[in-house]
Design a protein around this ligand. Structure first.
Ligand code: ATR
Length: 272
């Protein structure tokens, strides 16, 4: 049986073992997928031990996605742009390939599950950290009309707009003006103290990259009359499917697993 897993700190909350075990069952693949908690100082040795024991692939979650960039032999282009690795494949020759399937997960959720296009859309990203960085290039590849960034620390957003300027229409959000957006994506790790006075265009989407809605963003989206308020559950399952595909060369169906997770969520008394 081939060994896979997820490394993080914390990791007990991770839905990835549930998702991958379902994918394995659905596609009749014989594999084991284990959550692994590790302290930062032991990250490198943990990778070695896992690899030496015949491990085939790992997912990486917070706070190690950036650290792992330096612990692989090659990076895919999307991992290089994201400067973060969420998927390692251990090859038979002993080398490690670092990839990032998060951006692809976001795009697939929006375009395939929600059946929406980002082409010619005006898009605003709130945040300029790792999560924002991971989706910028995949979004620009969808040819939006505009991609604006707004971040508490403006300099970090400026830096990202400079870095990706050659890849598409990316710029800083203009906070002194009310701007209309078709899609607003929350990629910041906390509830925002000041949300922009954006006017949402008709049929607009507010998308929280985390897989539970943070209340302030949801309230803001409701006030703005967003047509769709989405969380990152679909993105989570899609990024997992992409990792599974990289490792097993079989693409699992996302819908049944997503339905199960939504059902689990709905059963929790505190969930929305
Ligand atoms: P992640 O990998 O989740 O993106 P990160 O790289 O630490 O984590 O980035 C966190 C993002 O959330 C940043 O955009 C951060 O803004 P700063 O660049 O100003 O730090 C944003 N953020 C965190 N706490 C915030 C808060 N209370 N209000 C607004 N933005 C916040």
């Amino acid at each position: 049986m081939d060994n896979y897993g997820i490394i993080g700190n914390p990791v007990a909350h991770s839905l990835s073992p549930f998702i991958h075990q379902h994918f394995a069952k659905q596609t009749q693949q014989s594999l084991l997928y284990t959550p692994m908690w590790v302290e930062k100082n032991y990250l490198s040795s943990m990778l070695q031990v896992f690899q030496r024991s015949g491990g085939k692939g790992l997912n990486i979650t917070a706070p190690f996605k950036e650290d792992v960039v330096n612990l692989v032999d090659t990076l895919t282009e999307r991992a290089r742009y994201a400067r973060a690795v969420n998927t390692i494949t251990f090859l038979d020759d002993g080398s490690r390939v670092g990839d990032n399937t998060d951006g692809m997960g976001f795009i697939r959720d929006v375009t395939l599950n929600q059946k929406m296009t980002l082409k010619n859309k005006r898009i605003l990203i709130l945040g300029a950290g790792g999560a924002a960085r991971g989706i910028i290039v995949p979004i620009l590849q969808e040819q939006p009309a505009l991609l604006s960034l707004l971040n508490r620390t403006e300099e970090k957003a400026v830096q990202l707009t400079r870095e990706f300027a050659s890849l598409g229409p990316i710029r800083l959000a203009n906070v002194s003006q009310v701007e209309a957006y078709d899609v607003v994506i929350k990629a910041s790790s906390n509830d925002l103290s000041t949300l922009p006075k954006a006017i949402l265009a008709e049929n607009s989407i507010c998308y929280d990259l985390s897989y539970y809605h943070q209340p302030e963003f949801r309230r803001w989206a409701l006030q703005q009359n967003a047509a769709f308020i989405l969380n990152g559950l679909g993105m989570l399952v899609e990024q997992a499917a992409e990792s599974f595909y990289l490792w097993r060369n079989v693409r699992p169906a996302v819908a049944p697993v997503l339905a199960l997770l939504k059902q689990k969520n709905a059963e929790k008394p505190s969930s929305r």
